[in-house]
Design a protein around this ligand. Sequence first.
Ligand SMILES: NC(=O)c1ccc[n+]([C@@H]2O[C@H](COP(=O)([O-])OP(=O)(O)OC[C@H]3O[C@@H](n4cnc5c(N)ncnc54)[C@H](OP(=O)(O)O)[C@@H]3O)[C@@H](O)[C@H]2O)c1
Length: 239
Amino acid sequence: MKTALITGGAQRIGAQIAQTLHNNGYNIIIHYRHSKQTAETLAQTLNVQRSDSATIVQAELSNLDDIQALSQSIEQLDVLVNNASVFYPTAVEEVNQDIWNNIMGTNLMAPFFLSQSLTAALKKTSGCIINIVDIHAERPLKNHAIYNISKAGIAMMTKTLAKELAPEIRVCGVSPGSILWPENEASLTDEQKNKMLNKIALGKQGDATDIANTVLFLANSPYITGQIISVDGGRTLNQ
Ligand SMILES: NC(=O)c1ccc[n+]([C@@H]2O[C@H](COP(=O)([O-])OP(=O)(O)OC[C@H]3O[C@@H](n4cnc5c(N)ncnc54)[C@H](OP(=O)(O)O)[C@@H]3O)[C@@H](O)[C@H]2O)c1
């Protein structure tokens, strides 16, 4: 039985990745930060489908001690999905060190140190790391400088770790386009949403299953490493 850890796996895209990998025979470790209730409910659902197949683990990923504790709690691992992320606008003139540390810590530092501390476990299983990137790693999204930088970093991390950790561990990425509208401080007006939709060749948002199925494909593709697949409905054709 293979085991997958999904960071930020309690809700939205992360929860769908957990569900899809579980449907395909993986045992699941759902990492969460604040969404304890949602993580517990998802784990219960998966455990009803197959007993003892899902557990939950809490960690604040911008904190290195939490990352180490999370890694040490894991005995066996085949797939690490670095999915957790923060996304909100940052006007260049308003960026301070707290904002920088929050976004870069969660989106870039955590995936690196989690990969580092889980390397030994992943080597034992000839496992893989799958990073959830963003099409804006290559073409910047206006007003989101620090987010763009963090995602450009994780794109390079995917390639450099694929080289460093081969041949025992594969490292790949999935770059979503517009899948689920952002919430809270990053939420968009209807006008902004329509403007975005008009740039997608397929004329609609993707679904979380589109990302999860690509993660599954990469997890099950033993001769692919260092590749990042865009899942964006053709959005990058119009950028
Ligand atoms: N949504 C889209 O359309 C879209 C587009 C492009 C790329 N992406 C990428 O796809 C991935 C998933 O997107 P999403 O929209 O589903 O993500 P999301 O809802 O914004 O965030 C996923 C989870 O990340 C966790 N998280 C945030 N900061 C954390 C921290 N400091 N420590 C630990 N956990 C933290 C949160 O867990 P808790 O709830 O437990 O606090 C949250 O539920 C992300 O990497 C995102 O950048 C998404």
